[in-house]
Ligand binder design. Sequence first.
Ligand code: 0RA
Length: 637
Amino acid sequence: MNKKSSDTYDASQIQVLEGLSAVRKRPSMYIGSTESRGLHHLVFEVVDNSIDEAMAGYCNSIQVLIGKENSITVIDNGRGIPVKEHPQQKKSALEVVLTMLHAGGKFSAESYKVAGGLHGVGVAVVNALSAWLEVEVKRDGKIHFQRYERGRPVDKLQSRGKTSRTGTAITFSPDPEIFENINFDFQILSQRLRELAFLNRSLKISLEDRRKEEKKKEVFKYDGGISSFIAFLNRNKDVYPKKPLYFEKEMDDCRVEAALQYNTGYSETIYSFANNIRTQEGGTHEAAFKSALTRLVNDHARRLGILKENQDNFQGEDIREGLTGIISVKLLDPQFEGQTKTRLGNSEVRGIVESVLQDELGAFLEQNPGTARKICEKTLQAARARDAARKARELTRRKNALEISSLPGKLADCTSRLPAESELFIVEGESAGGSAKQGRDRHFQAILPLKGKILNVEKARLDRILGNEEIRALITALGVGIGDEIDLGKLRYHKVIIMTDADVDGSHIRTLLLTFFFRYLEPLIARGNIYIAQPPLYKVAKGRKIYYLYKEEEMEPLMSQIGRQGTDVQRYKGLGEMNPEQLWETTLDPQNRSLLQVDLEDTFLADEIFTILMGEKVEPRREFIETHAREVRNLDI
Ligand code: 0RA
C-alpha cells in the first residue's frame, strides 16, 4: 500500500467517526426527537430499507420482532446488503452502509425508495444510536455476520456457514444513554406496519412482541392493497359501492394506485401517499385525484339531468361528502415541498393520475348507473345543505373583534384581549357554570356554560349543526369560524378547556365536544389548543387539612398515611358540588390544576373511535366498548 492511498484511507476513516459522533451529539437533528417518536423512528428507518427491497421487487416478507429488554429485530428476504469490499472505502459495503451517513443511496439510483427520502436518514443513524447492533446477511451462498457497539464494529465481518437464501436481519438495542425511555409501543409499530402492508400489495409484514410470557403477534398481508385499506377505514360504516373502486396504472416510471368508496356519513377522508410516505399537505397527485373526480361527477350529473342547464357545477367538497379515498404514487425522484415537506411537487404526476381516473372511474360510472346516480344525488343533498349552512353561519360570524355585542349572551368573557393568555372553559351545566364564573380569574379566564347535551355532529349535516344553539354559541365565542373557513389568527383563546363531570353524562358530553372539534375544528387539536380539565374525584378532610384526590388509586396510600379515624371523605359527583373557591383551587388555578392536552396524533384511529362511538351502527359500538373498555376510559380521562 503506497502512502497516498493509506492517507486517503485514514482520512475517510476520520470522516466516518465524525459522522457518527455528530449523530450521537445531536440525535434530534437526525431522528426528530429522543422521545417516543424518535425511538420508534429507529424501527421504521430499518423497515424502510426492507420496504425499498420490496418496492424493487426483491422481497415479499418482512418480520419485526420486539425482543426481551426492547431489542428490535427486522428480518427481510430481500437481496441482502452487499458485503464485497467497497472500492473507495476499503471496507465491506455492509460496513459502509452501517457506518456512513447517507451511504445507502449510492448503490442503486434506478429504484423506488422510501429510505433516504423524507424521513430516511439511513441505517447508520440507527447504528450510531444503538448500544449494540448485530447484522446477519444471507447473500452469495453464505451467511455473514457482524456486531457493532455504539456505531463501531467490534470485529471483522464473519462467515457463519452456507445458505441458498438471501436476506438481511438487523437486531438493535436503542442506547439508554440517548433515549430516556426505550420501551417500544406495540400499537405505534403495528399501526405503521399495517399501513405499509396496505400500501405494498401482497407484501407480508408481521409484528411479534416477545417481551412478555404471553407472546403477541399480528400479520399484515393485503392482496387488495389500498382497496383493502379503504375497506378497513370504512369497516364500521354503511358503504356504496359494496366493493371499493380500485385503479392502477404505470406510466413513465410512475406507479399510480387509487381507491375510493362512499359511506353514508358526511365527512371527507382522503389520504395521499408518495413512495409510502403520507403526504399530509397533499400535492399534485391529490389535486389531480380531486379535480378528476369533480369533473367526472359533474359531467355525469348533467347527463342524468340532476344538474340543469342553468345551474352551476357542483363544488368538489360537495362531491366528496362521505368519500373515503386513497391515492398512492411511487416514483423515482419524489420532490417533497411545503412547510413540513409533505406536499408532492412532481408535476408529471398530475397528468398520469388524471388520466387513470378519467378512463377508469369514467368507465365505472357508465357501467354502474345505480351507484352513479346515488353519488350525484348525495352531492345534490350536500350542495343544498351547504347553502343552508352558509345562511346559518352568517349568524355566527363576527365581522370584527370590536363587535362584542354579537358574543353569545351566556358567555362570561375575560377582560384580557390577548388570545395567548386567554382561556375558555366550556362547562357542563348551568350550576357548575355559575360556580366557575364566581371562582375564575376574570382577567384571563372566560366561562361558557353549556346546558345539557350538544348535538351529535356525527349524525348531522353542517346546516343542522349550525342550527344548534349550543354549538353556535361555542363557534362565536372561539371566533375562528369552522371547517374550510377557519382563520386561526382569529382564535380568541389559546387554551380551550373542556370541563365536565366525572360521570357517564360528563364523559358523553366530552366525547360529543371532542367529536365536534375533530370534525370541524381539527386545526385547533393539531395546534394543541384543546384541553380537558381534571376536577378532583374526592375531597378528604382531616382536622384542618384538606386533600383533593384526582385518581381512585390515590385513596389507599393517603389513608395509610393519615389514618381513617376522624377522616371525612366526600366524593364529588359533579362540578356543581364544589363551591367557587374549591373549584378555583382544584381545577381552575394554573398553579395547582392539571390539564390534559388533547392530542390526536393518529387520525386514522381517532376517526375510527369517533365513528364507532358516535356513528349510526350499534353493533360495532357495543363490540368496541366491550373489547376496548380500558382505552375508552383513557380517551375519556
Ligand atoms: C445497499 C444496496 C442494496 C441493498 C441494500 C443496501 C439493502 C439494505 C437493507 C437494509 C435492510 N434490509 C436491506 N436490504 C438491502 C442493493 C443490493 C444489490 O444490488 O444486490
